[in-house]
Design a protein around this ligand. Sequence first.
Ligand code: FAD
Length: 456
Amino acid sequence: MRRIAIIGAGQAGLLAAHALRLAGYDVTLYSDKTPEEFLTKARPTGVAARFDMSLEFERELGLEHWGDEAPHGEGVHLHFLPTKGNVLLTLLGRISKPFLSIDLRMQSARWMHELDERGGQIEIETVTLQRLDEIAARNDLTLVAAGRAEIMKLFPRDETRSVYAEPQRFLAMVNVTNTPMELPYAPWFRPVKFNFFAPYGEAFWVPWYSKGKQWCWGMLFEAKKGGPFDRFRECKTGEEVLGRMQQLIREYMPWDEEVFRQAEVCDENAWLVGELTPEVRQVVGTLPSGRHVMAIGDTAQSLDPIGGQGANNGNKMVRIVVEEILAREDKPLDADWMRATFDRFWERHRWIDRFNNTLLEPLTGPGRLLLISQYGSDARPGNQSPQQKIADMFIDNFNDAILMTEAFHDRDRARDVIRKTFGSTRMPLVSGAAKIGRAQLRQKLGRPAGHPGTLR
Ligand SMILES: Cc1cc2nc3c(=O)[nH]c(=O)nc-3n(C[C@H](O)[C@H](O)[C@H](O)COP(=O)(O)OP(=O)(O)OC[C@H]3O[C@@H](n4cnc5c(N)ncnc54)[C@H](O)[C@@H]3O)c2cc1C
């Protein structure tokens, strides 16, 4: 039986461990935390909303336990503002299949227990480079799924695939309870709520299920450096993060003020502040002995959380890595195989990186066409309008970014999407632009803009 070691008990490491154990491999998982420590001492690594393609993998492994009790994410509600106080448009899209955002601490704790029950070995230790070499010597393959921890530096940056050399946003996350789970301006569905401010950054709220089994919101600010949202660097507690978010919501997105007025932080560890450079790394790490280990999950590729893609990316990567391990049978799992395996993942899923980075950048010209054409979407049940279909396609792209990412960069593709959905391109653009223009006029006259999915 082939022996495989995995470093890190987060999303990527545990999925790989379970998938390989179920396929009959001798698996040892090294974690710096016990299940109890995940529950009582750890911070959630992120909000980790997962879409259907990723959840499907978890269901296949018998690891999706919370879908019946957690709040279902049913779509997206987006306010787009070129400047403070000027809501240019809204987009309300319904996702084809719900997404789930489960407290990663509860998930890791349970998945570790289940790995143990399935016959996987679990070692509690913080693996050093020297230990990694010893572990690699004893195993046919060692996968490093340590997130963005120190050990990540073993894997050089892949200059050909990395777009950014520095963080693009300063991030602040807090998970809160004691809030309504419906948005007062669109109570007919439970979406991820995005507020996009072209000059300052983004704020979004994700339906989230806590380790205390509460329905919560995962609140996240993505601040452009030095702008008005960049107010979280000094925060020392979740309460401080929440307090500053509430102030910003009052000032910049008053439509969400009521929802979070009474919010409380879920627990003392349910928050994060910091920054990360979105980048792709070479997945082969060479140890002092010359042995090779392979990066997976965030250790292989870090994505800004803006598109809710990091954990999803990890799931898709792990699925391919496991398929390739199985396909390799008794042949060596060497450096060439590691590179070829990641290349296969990249070939199919590089759109994730592209889509996520698209959201970090100013709106493209083709993206503007798509947003204009969908104007009027309201995500109400039964809305089968072409506008609605484009808005639905936008949120389905979070599930599989191959769907429409290129249309945000290629005018012909954008027009093609519009033509296929409406039967023409001119009319939807003229009509969408006229309605947006009228809403602008109403705002200038001091009246509500009257956008779909807002209180008029
Ligand atoms: C604010 C925020 C919001 C996010 N929202 C989303 C979202 O909505 N959707 C989405 O898909 N993704 C999201 N992400 C990204 C997502 O959370 C990560 O991509 C994902 O959790 C990474 O999983 P991982 O297993 O690769 O790494 P991790 O979750 O970091 O797990 C690595 C584990 O390895 C352990 N470890 C580290 N070093 C060692 C060592 N030397 N020895 C032993 N153990 C070690 C760590 O302590 C940790 O437990 C978000 C991220 C952030 C920051």
